[in-house]
Design a protein around this ligand. Structure first.
Ligand code: OFO
Length: 174
């Protein structure tokens, strides 16, 4: 039986991963209706990846004789100022998720639940990758500047390629 404090913390993380998925879905939808098909494809793929993260936690908790709970979620905001604004918020959100995974690791360590600590290693590595990918996109957007439509067009095209790579990776991970 999993420790109750760890179970509650994992359930909180399930909620955060599901929220991440819905947040990226809202961003993808904004990109799709604003003329950024590459960014939309990338964020739709990212939303799927977050759902996969959520499911990993659900199965883990239930396999450890806990009970994964689906919590109520806040509505993600539908409007953004620019593509740069979208990715600035993605970056901020990923940093928040990294802190949240570290916090969860801290709880499992305090409770001497080393099985959960071991399970969380995958997420710790995943967060390094997610942050570095998002930082790379944001750096390019910062270089392009808000008003440079030519630069934005190229970045959007590049995101299409990254989206297909993401979709392939997550389908082989499941
Ligand atoms: Fe689940 O890693 Fe992003 O949020």
């Amino acid at each position: 039986m999993i420790n109750k404090r760890v179970e509650a913390a994992v359930n909180e993380q399930i909620k955060r991963e599901e929220h991440s998925s819905r947040l990226y879905l809202a961003m993808a939808s904004w990109c799709e209706v604003t003329g950024f098909p590459g960014a939309a494809a990338f964020l739709y793929a990212q939303a799927e990846e977050e759902r996969m993260h959520m499911l990993k936690f659900v199965h883990y908790l239930n396999d450890r004789s806990g009970h994964a709970i689906m919590s109520a979620l806040d509505m993600p905001k539908p409007e953004y100022k620019s593509l740069k604004d979208v990715f600035e918020q993605v970056m901020k959100h990923e940093e928040y998720i990294t802190a949240s995974i570290n916090e969860l690791y801290g709880v499992s360590f305090d409770e001497k639940d080393f099985t959960t600590g071991n399970f969380l290693q995958w997420f710790i590595n995943e967060q390094i990758e997610e942050e570095s990918t998002m930082r790379g996109i944001l750096d390019k957007l910062n270089l392009a500047g808000d008003g440079q439509s030519g630069g934005l067009f190229h970045i959007d095209k590049e995101l299409t390629t990254m989206a297909s790579a993401r979709a392939t990776t997550s389908s082989t991970e499941q």
